[in-house]
Design a protein around this ligand. Structure first.
Ligand SMILES: [Zn+2]
Length: 422
């Protein structure tokens, strides 16, 4: 099935939509609004009549159901327009390497940036496909403009194939996922779907419905500062307490550097130091929400022991919830994942299911009342100058959207008219 996903993708990546953690506006950067406006226009041009951009720049719109399927469950598809603040995202120059034959892909604007099949089994599996990369200076933005392009291509497919069977489909394009705010102002009620799927995953066939449960704990040590020349017996140095604390955290286990699969971790990632007061921010991650509590107790125990060795010192803790494992919600709605599996198989792939060692907007949305697993979009090496996507994977993702809409409209069966090639 050939779709417009590639053409759209090559256009969307040229918009600079890098989000910004430091920004206090929403969306965090104006570039995102420019792309969101353009997408709203494109949706209108495809015949969608209720396209709405709300005060926070979220775009929502409806693909009207096939006549006779008005009562089918309303389902949604969601992608984010922003790119990672960690990497330059301006002046992206996408390059299509046609019919990839396993050669080294040297990115011309910085020839030291080379994609090699030897280092990248997913790339080695793409022989014969058309691979899109950036030019060496920027990320590509397949995360998540591949997802945006796929959803748009599916909308176009539905607009041009009136015989394709589907119920009402809600579309949303969102800002600021990369800075963890993508679900902040998502109006689940107005979206009005029984479930949704983010298109923001990796290689073809991937289906993700488990994420970490995540908190951040800020450990603040308070000491006593005085002129260091006259500090004997008086100064209590909060920096020393924080250093002892970080050194005492588990490191050969329970750290990001030593865990994978279903293992959680504690990760000190930010220190704001001064003699008087030093805070250490620690990420707490586990697939079992109850385990967060025991990890946080461990952090507190270690911090109290440290303070005990520094008379006059004090410590306090602030725990902030980040997100929860979406599986806890999705288990109560098994057909959401089951239908996705079915759609992936109908598109000729075997689902590849693995836990996300992070969170997605879907983790938050699921707990806001919109069960939202994540489907592959074809993204590889995200947040990197070596980011790439294959045009054929993008077409496959479009096909999964089309199939999935069909499965929902057909009540979990798939006795639908076959998908016609465009
Ligand atoms: Zn993403």
């Amino acid at each position: 099935m050939k779709t417009s996903a590639l053409d759209r993708f090559l256009r969307y990546v040229r918009f600079d939509t890098r989000s910004d953690e430091q920004s206090s506006t929403f969306p965090s950067t104006p570039g995102q609004v420019v792309l969101l406006r353009a997408l709203a226009e494109e949706l209108r041009a495809l015949g969608l009549t209720d396209v709405l951009m709300d005060a926070n720049s979220y775009i929502m719109a409806t693909v009207a159901p096939t006549p006779g399927y008005e009562r089918a469950p309303v389902i949604g598809f969601i992608a984010h327009v922003d790119t990672s603040p960690e990497m330059p995202g301006n002046d992206v120059r996408p390059i299509v390497h046609e019919r990839y034959d396993g050669r080294d892909l040297v990115l011309p604007d910085d020839p030291s940036v080379v994609l090699r099949a030897d280092d990248d089994p997913a790339l080695a599996a793409q022989i014969g496909h058309d691979i899109v990369t950036a030019s060496g200076l920027t990320l590509l933005g397949a995360d998540d403009k591949a997802g945006v392009a796929e959803i748009m291509a599916a909308v176009e497919y539905f607009a041009t194939k009136p015989d394709a069977v589907h119920g009402p489909i809600r579309i949303a394009f969102t800002p600021d996922e990369e800075v963890g705010r993508g679900a902040n102002h998502f109006d689940v009620h107005r979206f009005g779907a029984v479930c949704a799927y983010t298109l923001d995953g990796g290689g073809r066939g991937e289906l993700e419905y488990e994420s970490f449960s995540a908190d951040a704990i800020t450990v603040t040590f308070r000491g006593f500062n005085t002129h260091p020349g006259y500090a004997k017996g008086r100064m209590v140095n909060a920096i020393r307490m924080a250093a002892d604390f970080v050194a005492a955290l588990p490191r050969t286990t329970m750290s990001p550097e030593t865990t994978d699969g279903y293992e959680g971790y504690l990760h000190p990632y930010q220190v704001l130091p001064s003699v008087d007061r030093t805070s250490v921010k620690v990420l707490v991650r586990d697939f079992v929400t109850a385990e967060l509590k025991s990890k946080e107790e461990l952090v507190q125990h270690i911090a109290h022991e440290v303070v005990h060795r520094h008379p006059g010192g004090q410590v306090d803790f602030a725990v902030e919830e980040s997100y929860r494992n979406m599986r806890e919600v999705l288990e109560r709605h098994p057909q959401v994942v089951e239908y996705a599996r079915k759609a992936i198989r109908l598109a000729g792939m075997e689902p590849i299911e693995r836990p996300i060692r992070g969170g997605t907007d879907g983790s938050r949305l699921s707990f806001m009342g919109l069960p939202t697993p994540n489907l592959f979009a074809g993204e590889h090496n995200f947040h990197s100058r070596l980011e790439w996507v294959s045009a054929q994977d993008m077409d496959k993702a479009v096909e999964v959207i089309v199939r999935l809409a069909g499965v929902w409209a057909d009540d979990g069966r798939a006795g639908l008219p076959p998908i016609t090639a465009t």
